[in-house]
Design a protein around this ligand. Structure first.
Ligand code: ADP
Ligand code: ZN
Length: 202
């Protein structure tokens, strides 16, 4: 509970694949909070510097000023105690520490809105999103449009070869795919690895 306002806090999550409108939905909710004259702070991780350093930018070019933080504890360091609504974009890049930080914020009366990828490029749950989803009061799953067939898409298809969990990028490196058209990177990668084993110079 917020000791100043007496308001109870909560956690709401917007999750789904890339291009599904998570950032747009986060921006929409934060704009509404500002219209309601609530004090808002927005954070994003340093890692995601694709478009602008001090703004959240959606793929449809909607923008909102944000503060950049290196890690989850820095959110608490940069928090103005009067803030009522805390928005966090790219939550999946903050690692396990975000679970405790989001809980603390909600326990102290903040409305916490988290946007992030729920699955990775292989379709696996993307930590710490599963744990956050269990703690949240409200969950919205956004879907994109499959770039192969036009059906609703819940997957982020990586189009470049890499075994790294995080390869930051947008158009050209990833696209949205439905469950039928999604091709998890592993089989192709294994074929490549096998080819390297049998003829190392390739
Ligand atoms: P996210 O934060 O989930 O990556 P954004 O909010 O940044 O998504 O962008 C959503 C916008 O991306 C859509 O409103 C649309 O203009 C654009 N877009 C591009 N590709 C797709 C796609 N395959 N499916 C849906 N929207 C797409
Ligand atoms: Zn499809």
């Amino acid at each position: 509970m917020d000791i100043v306002t007496g308001h109870i806090g909560w956690i709401e999550i917007v999750c789904g694949p890339m291009f599904s409108g998570k950032s747009e939905e986060l921006i929409r909710r934060l704009r509404r909070a500002k219209i309601a004259r609530k004090r808002v702070q927005v954070f994003k991780p340093t890692l995601d510097d694709r478009y602008a350093l001090d703004e959240i930018v959606s793929h449809g070019d909607q923008r909102m000023k944000s503060e950049v933080v290196d890690n989850a504890p820095d959110i608490l360091k940069k928090l103005d105690w009067r803030t009522q609504v805390v928005g966090i974009d790219e939550s999946n890049f903050f690692g396990p520490e975000l679970v405790e930080i989001a809980s603390q914020l909600a326990d102290t009366g903040k409305q916490v809105i988290l946007a992030g990828l729920d699955t990775d490029y292989l379709g696996r749950p993307f930590p710490p999103m599963p744990e956050l989803l269990c703690l949240a009061e409200s969950i919205t799953k956004t879907l994109a449009i499959c770039m192969r067939c036009g059906n609703p898409a819940k997957h982020t298809q990586r189009l470049v070869e890499s075994n790294d969990l995080i390869v930051v990028g947008a158009a050209g490196m990833y696209e949205a795919r439905c469950r039928r058209c999604f091709e998890p990177g592993v089989p192709k990668q294994e074929v490549l690895d096998f080819a390297r084993q049998v003829s190392p110079e390739t």
